[in-house]
Structure formats: C-alpha cells, structure tokens
Design a binder for this molecule. Structure first.
Ligand code: SF4
Ligand code: SF4
Length: 239
C-alpha cells in the first residue's frame, strides 16, 4: 500500500508498509518546521539542551514558551517559533540543527499515533509532505526504529509514573502540583535543590546517588520524577 490518500493511510499498524523518504532536495524541505505546535516532554528538553550544551533555564527561555495550563495546571512547554519568520528557532537551511536530539513529535512526523494502541495515521497529505511520494518502502516499525523513538517512549513511561493515577483521572492538578511537575523540565532547579544537605538527608539520598545524578542527566531526570511523585503523594495525603 502506498500512502495515496486512501483510507488505509489512517489505519497503519507497525507491520504496515510505509512509503516515505525525507531529504534536502525536496521543495518542502524544512517547511514542516514552520508555524507548528510542537509540545515538548521533559526528555525532549533534556535531549535538545544537552545537544546545545545549555542549562535548562537558558534553553527554556531561549527556545520554548512555557506556562501552566489555565484549567488543568499541567505544564505546557512548546517549541518557540520565530515571531517574524514563524520558523522554529532551531531550523537552518541545512535542516534541523539538533537533528540527533530532535523531539519526539519531530521524529514522528508525518505520522501521528491514533487513540488506538499501535495504530498510526499520516497527519498531512502527500501534497504537503512530498516525502510521502518518494520511493523508499519500509514497514512502520522499521521506520520508527530508524527514528530512534524507543528511548523517548521508555522515558515517557517513567514520566507517567510521576503523577498518581487519581490525579491523571481527574485531568487537573492543583497549581502547586503543576509547578512541581515543571521541575522535570527545569532540571537545573532540581539539581540546585540537591545541593542542600538537609534536602538530601530528608529524602535519604546517598552520596553515591548524588554522584551518579551529577554525572548523568538522564539519571537526574529519573530522580526528579521519583521526587515529584513522592511530593504528589504527600499533597494527596494531606488534601
Ligand atoms: S514536509 Fe515531509 S518530506 Fe518535506 S521536509 Fe517535512 S518531513 Fe520531509
Ligand atoms: S526541533 Fe528541529 S525538526 Fe523540530 S521543528 Fe525545530 S528544526 Fe524542525
């Protein structure tokens, strides 16, 4: 099956053939990096800022817009588009400047997971995304593997454990809990908290754990998720 706009393009599973090849000779090259809403996860932020060798505060200030959603108080972190050109601040004539560490949503493009587990659809037509007309046939699974999706999915599973299911089901956080969750994006702030001796002893963090997270930002992110969860549980128990 080729993605010719037939109904099947909306019902791809991992075994489905997927015809797609993106490259710099296409007239649409980098057009998909313009005027888009790219929502970032904490792991996206970590990968991108590590690529750019930037701290979390500086990265968030320079390349994103972020806020707590008005009703749910969930942190919303989006890639910032240039006010004049409407292009992502990270795109160049040669393509994405952080390609090896581009966010999950950019890796997935032009596919989008549907609400059904393991099902995908193309989010744009082949008139807009010309790579969908290029020769190059893989299965969806092979393409996903090539996009390096797996570590993003694994870290998302850990992210999900940071919020107690009762809060997930309510779809709403207290303002304080939203701010707490934002710590996973702003890991510099969490790292600064770890420097406090009394904080370390309250949470029984060993010197070995501290050494580990100082050397490994992914370990720091995992620890932040654990801390956020413990605080959320405490908030719930006192509610
Ligand atoms: S629109 Fe599609 S083919 Fe064109 S650059 Fe973007 S992903 Fe590649
Ligand atoms: S992060 Fe890279 S791939 Fe994603 S929109 Fe920006 S330039 Fe494009």
């Amino acid at each position: 099956m080729r993605p010719d706009g037939s109904e099947k393009i909306n019902h791809l599973d991992e075994a489905s053939p997927f015809q797609f090849r993106c490259h710099g000779d296409l007239p649409c090259f980098t057009q998909c990096c313009r005027d888009v809403n790219v929502y970032l996860t904490p792991y996206d932020v970590l990968r991108m800022r590590s690529n750019l060798k930037m701290g979390s505060k500086d990265f968030l200030a320079k390349y994103t817009r972020y806020f707590l959603a008005e009703k749910t108080h969930l942190p919303v972190v989006q890639l910032r588009m240039n006010a004049k050109t409407l292009c992502c601040e990270l795109v160049t004539d040669e393509g994405c400047s952080v390609y090896q560490d581009r966010p999950w949503a950019c890796r997935m493009y032009p596919l989008d997971p549907t609400n059904r587990q393991g099902e995908y659809r193309a989010m744009v037509s082949e008139q807009k995304c010309l790579g969908l007309k290029e020769p190059g046939l893989l299965t969806v699974k092979e393409w996903l593997v090539g996009q390096g999706i797996e570590p993003y999915l694994l870290m998302d599973e850990v992210f999900e454990t940071a919020i107690p299911s009762v809060l997930v089901l309510s779809g709403k956080l207290e303002f304080g809990a939203g701010k707490l969750l934002f710590l996973a994006y702003d890991l510099d702030q969490f790292a600064a908290m770890l420097k406090d001796k009394s904080f370390r002893s309250s949470y029984e963090l060993s010197d070995e754990t501290i050494r580990q997270v100082e050397e490994d930002q992914e370990a720091l992110l995992r620890l932040a998720f654990t801390y956020i969860r413990s605080q959320m549980d405490e908030l719930l128990s006192t509610a």
